[in-house]
Ligand binder design. Structure first.
Ligand code: COA
Length: 613
């Protein structure tokens, strides 16, 4: 499968070399067999043989700054606040919703999710929900650590409120009574007042969390030499979540600018320092109505984030604020401002972090686009999988812009397995290449029926890869497992993993993910390589929403150019579908493929991944 996935993406000579390396690896009695045996042994002793390897590889070993490069954001609908107090009321209501949701988590009341779409109806692992509010990503010099506090622990009865780059502790339990919404609002008002007091203002320490992970870890080592800093860091580490009360950004409020403000806060001159990027759940409430969440990604996927934020949105719109009080105002203690001890050295570190964040802000090229010509209902009517169709359209757009296809990542949920996170659907299939060539080749004009056949081949290939990936038959996690276990047994890294093809095949120039929502909001994230695109899409019944990112620093990419090509391709694909009804033989082939894989899904898997249910 690996060779098939890369053959058409590399030069012939390189492919021949890779093929011989892969064949040597797979020889009977060879390295591959040995590593597979070790991996099977590991699978006997763990719930999920890939989870730790995957977490390190995907997140904890990564050294790039969290904003843009790693933390996804969820952008809420623009709020129309009448005044500042209105935005605080919204924040208090949101926090009340968070506490209600957290209680459902702690009392294990959340209903089990079931898969939808392809192979619908399987129960899914719920572990990710139990890491929403009790985790923290601690920076390390070489590797970060994901700290998990016990759920429901009493240490965790506070949130951190960021306001004007200051951090405040908002205790949620006072004299053994849980604060009610009115109490929370009173505390937020006090915090805003305190933040305005410029005499007590502390330096913008949140900036350090926006830096590269090694830089932040080095800075943290300096910080913790002082007990005041140690104490402040410990309090942040244990909070439930961060709520950032943002000043108006001064930017024109559109989808793209709101997404930018969520991803990086607009840099240190705007709201970029009013954040603590290590904390997995960070809610933003802007006075100008720009609201959303920005999340540290290592504990959970976007789908779980959507479930949580949709709950909150429904809570916000469905339940009017109950402005009751648990405590009399005089009993409410003043929220605590976190203090920092600084030195000229630390001032220098803050300045360096601010500059690096600014560079990231300037570099991000973002385009949030609503394609309104049609949505997933049209695609379903063609008897095609909307996700596969969109992926093929993304390949067409990339080919139009670059004249080639590249290694592509599409996240596939493997929550059918205990502790399952994601594997990769490699969407740049040979069939997709044949289709995009047929659509773009100027010299040989292909007939519509030829193009349609190629489209069906591409859709079927994509659908089959999806089914393979979601049922634990993807190749990326398996290869990662083999690579990592070779290190555990102190073997020299096998050539298959040092080969330039393997290295290139893991550089995901196109990094894509479907994050659908049922209420009005959208997800976005940055590219994963300097010359790449990040594309998060949200298919709706009558439109498709794309959040496209790339870096201005690359001469090879442009989000606007990509979006234009995507728009054109989607219209051409619709026209093609309209002209050509689906050939009978392909209908049969597609349903056969689905039936076959549905059969495979219900059988025990031959890969060593265990189901947790
Ligand atoms: N004809 C008609 N309808 C079809 C069809 C066909 N041939 N194939 C699929 N459909 C329907 C499905 O039944 C489904 O219907 P619904 O909207 O009523 O539920 C809908 O089209 C969507 O299915 P599809 O587009 O095939 O995608 P999917 O929902 O199965 O999603 C993945 C595919 C890969 C996105 C999904 O399995 C997944 O893994 N999602 C998680 C991604 C993730 O983790 N993202 C976050 C990363 S941080």
């Amino acid at each position: 499968m690996y060779l098939t996935s890369i053959k058409h993406l590399v030069k012939e000579e390189q492919y021949r070399k890779t093929k011989s390396i892969v064949e040597k690896f797979g020889e009977p009695g060879g390295t591959g067999e040995l590593l597979q045996k070790k991996l099977l042994e590991k699978s006997d002793n763990t719930h999920n043989w890939v989870y730790d390897y995957w977490l390190d590889d995907m997140y904890l070993n990564q050294r790039l700054a969290l904003p843009v490069n790693s933390n996804p954001a969820m952008v809420f609908p623009k709020q129309d606040f009448r005044d500042h107090k209105d935005s605080l009321r919204f924040a208090a209501h949101l926090i009340t919703g968070v506490l209600e949701y957290k209680e459902r988590i702690d009392t294990r009341e959340l209903p089990v999710d079931f898969s939808r779409g392809q192979l619908a109806g399987t129960p899914l692992c719920m572990k990710q929900y139990y890491r929403l509010f009790n985790t923290y990503r601690l920076p390390g010099l070489k590797r970060d650590t994901l700290i998990i506090h016990e759920t429901g622990s009493t240490e965790q009865e506070h949130i951190i409120v960021a306001c004007k780059n200051q951090f405040f502790v908002l205790d949620l339990v006072v004299k053994e009574k849980k604060l009610k919404e009115m109490d929370i609002l009173t505390q937020l008002e006090k915090i805003v007042k305190m933040a305005e007091n410029s005499e007590e203002r502390q330096p913008p320490f949140g900036l350090l969390t926006s830096d590269g992970r090694t830089e932040w870890a080095q800075a943290r080592d300096v910080l913790i030499k002082d007990s005041v800093n140690r104490e402040s860091l410990a309090v942040i580490q244990k909070c439930l979540c961060v709520v950032c009360l943002d000043d108006p950004s001064g930017m024109e409020v559109g989808d793209t600018s709101r997404a930018l403000l969520m991803l990086h806060g607009g840099g240190h001159e705007k709201m970029g320092a009013n954040r603590w990027y290590d904390k997995p759940m960070q809610f933003v409430v802007g006075e100008d109505g720009v609201c959303g969440t920005v999340c540290e990604h290592s504990p959970f996927e976007g789908i779980v984030l959507v479930a949580c934020t949709e709950y909150l949105m429904k809570f916000m719109t469905g339940s009017p604020s109950k402005m009751g009080r648990a405590t009399s105002v005089s009993e409410l203690p003043t929220p605590r401002r976190l203090l920092w001890k600084t030195t000229p050295h630390i001032q220098g570190l803050l300045k360096a972090s601010a500059e690096r964040l600014q560079r990231l802000v300037r570099d991000l090229d973002m385009d949030v686009h609503k394609f309104e010509v049609y949505g997933k209902e049209f695609i379903k009517k063609q008897k095609m999988s909307p996700d596969a169709y969109i992926q093929v359209a993304l390949q067409l757009a990339f080919y139009r812009c670059n004249g080639r296809l590249v290694s592509t990542y599409e996240s596939a949920s493997i929550r059918r397995f205990h502790e399952g996170r994601v594997d990769n659907i490699r969407s740049a299939t040979p069939e997709a290449l044949a289709f995009v060539k047929a659509m773009t080749d100027q010299k040989t004009s292909n007939s519509d029926s030829e193009k349609m056949k190629r489209l069906w081949d591409a859709i079927n290939a994509q659908t089959n890869s999806t089914i393979a990936a979601i049922t634990g038959m993807g190749i990326d996690n398996h290869l990662l497992g083999l690579r990592e276990i070779s290190q555990e047994i102190h073997m020299e890294v096998p050539e298959i993993f040092t080969d330039e093809t393997y290295v290139a095949s893991n550089q995901f120039i196109l990094s894509t993910s479907q994050v659908p929502t049922t209420v009005e909001m959208f997800c976005c994230y940055g590219p994963v390589v300097p010359n790449g695109y990040g594309c998060c899409y949200n298919p709706q019944a009558d439109h498709l929403l794309f959040s496209m990112t790339s870096f201005h620093g690359s001469t090879e990419t442009s989000s606007a150019v990509f979006i234009k090509a995507l728009d054109e391709g989607l219209v051409e694909m619709r026209d093609l579908c309209r002209k050509r009804n689906k050939p009978q033989s392909n209908t049969a082939a597609a349903s056969k493929a689905v039936e076959k894989s549905q059969g495979a899904g219900s059988k025990p898997l031959s890969t060593p991944q265990k189901t947790g249910k």
